[in-house]
Every structure is written in structure tokens, then in C-alpha cells.
Design a protein around this ligand. Structure first.
Ligand code: D9Q
Length: 114
């Protein structure tokens, strides 16, 4: 089908949707490992293994500084948080399980937006 033209209004709606989604992620009980950047000084190996660190506070900063063009670029960064988590943590670990639960929650919420 023909692509719907993106109007400035659409991108404003995208921005509001990103802010809504992010605040829901931050409020989730399993968000605690992802709220701020991983302190690589206290997490051995993190800086070597994870090439592109990302966390919810960094995403919030980028949102505030208008660095997300649209919902898609925002979703890419959110998925980076969860992909990093899966790469560094065992599935059967506190943080690993929190990551899977948060990803499931996020996937459900943004698809409800479509
Ligand atoms: C996403 N992720 C997070 C950590 C971590 O240790 N986060 C700090 C958690 N603390 C709990 C109370 C204050 C902060 C380690 C590896 C990892 O992949």
C-alpha cells in the first residue's frame, strides 16, 4: 500500500508516544538494572563486551535533546538496552530475567500504539 506521508503532526505524535513509552518503562518494577548507565568500573568486562551501551536515562536525555527522528529510531535504542542485557547476562540470572520481562512488556506496549 502507498506509504502514508509523514506530516510534522505525525512526528509530534511520535514524540509524545516515545515519552509515554519511556515513562512506562521507567516505572516498571523490573526496570532497576536499566535506569542508568552500567558502571563499567564496577562491572568487570562490560566495557570490552558491550560496544554500544544504552540505558533509559540516556534515552530520556536524547529525547529531551530531540535526537530521535521518529518512533523507529527510538525503538532501535530501546532494543539496544535489551540486546546488550541478553549479551552480557545469563538468561537465568536476576538481570537477565528482568531484561526478558522488560522486552516483553515493551514489545506489547508499542505494538498497541500501531
Ligand atoms: C543492565 N546491567 C546492569 C548491571 C548493574 O549492575 N546495574 C546496577 C544495578 N544497581 C542496582 C541498584 C543500583 C544500580 C550489570 C549488568 C547489566 O547488564
Amino acid at each position: 500500500c502507498a506509504k502514508k506521508a509523514k506530516t510534522p503532526k505525525d512526528s509530534n505524535n511520535d514524540l509524545a508516544a516515545c515519552r509515554m513509552l519511556l515513562s512506562e518503562l521507567e516505572a516498571h518494577q523490573d526496570a532497576w538494572p536499566f535506569l542508568s548507565p552500567v558502571r563499567h568500573k564496577s562491572v568487570p568486562g562490560y566495557r570490552k563486551v558491550i560496544k554500544k551501551p544504552m540505558d533509559f536515562s540516556t534515552i530520556k536525555e536524547k529525547l529531551t535533546n530531540n535526537l530521535y527522528l521518529n518512533l523507529e529510531t527510538f525503538i532501535i535504542d530501546v532494543n539496544l538496552v535489551f540486546d546488550n542485557c541478553q549479551k552480557f547476562n545469563e538468561d537465568d540470572s536476576e538481570i537477565g530475567r528482568a531484561g526478558h520481562r522488560m522486552r516483553r512488556f515493551f514489545d506489547k506496549r508499542w505494538t498497541e500504539l500501531l
